[in-house]
Design a protein around this ligand. Structure first.
Ligand SMILES: [Mg+2]
Length: 188
């Protein structure tokens, strides 16, 4: 089957890298900030948006870690399936994403960038059987859709949005692998 995978905070640990950098540069702990109900943009102002841009577009982004479990699970999935990146990144942010995938030797066969646009039409056109994403609202438009939506929980940007009933929540990459296996078995 063809499997869609979001890039930021699904495959790469964008949030973890932000956390590392805000601590290193300004001694600001994003986790504590969030627990206190504050937003990083309010605390850090323009420094925050500059840091986000730096991660999206400069070599600093190449240092982002792979999300736990993603390297081994994608390696196993790629033995039987086609893995496709479906990200809302802009085209000009795609360069770094491709370099990062290559540097981390991940078995991705194709890339699709929606430039902050919705993903449901591209998912349909690509014939994705399942799509993994860390943002719950991405799946709002996946109701009665041929692509099963799988929500990866636990990103630092997770706003606690309750996923809709048609979305499957997965706690980590290994649970996503289990979901793929279930879909495979169901379809024989
Ligand atoms: Mg994401």
């Amino acid at each position: 089957m063809r499997i869609g995978i979001d890039f930021d905070d699904t495959l790469c640990d964008f949030g973890g890298m932000l956390q590392t950098e805000t601590l290193r540069r300004w001694e600001v702990d994003l986790g504590a900030l969030r627990a206190a109900g504050s937003r990083p943009e309010d605390r850090l102002g323009k420094d925050w948006s500059k840091l986000v841009l730096e991660l999206l577009e400069t070599d600093l982004g190449l240092q982002m870690p792979v999300k736990p479990g993603a390297a081994e699970v994608t390696a196993r999935l790629a033995e039987r399936h086609e893995l496709v990146i479906l990200t809302a990144r802009h085209d000009h942010e795609s360069v770094l994403a491709r370099q990062w995938i290559e540097a981390n030797h991940l078995p991705i066969q194709d890339f699709h960038f929606t430039s902050r646009g919705p993903k449901h039409e591209v998912a349909r056109a690509l014939g994705l059987r399942v799509h993994l994403d860390d943002t719950a609202r991405v799946f709002d438009s996946f109701l009665d859709h041929p692509t099963t939506g799988a929500l990866l929980l636990g990103s630092i940007f997770d706003r606690g949005d309750e996923p809709a009933a048609h979305v499957r929540s997965v706690e980590h990459w290994h649970a996503f692998e289990d979901l793929v296996r279930t879909l495979e078995e169901r379809e024989g």
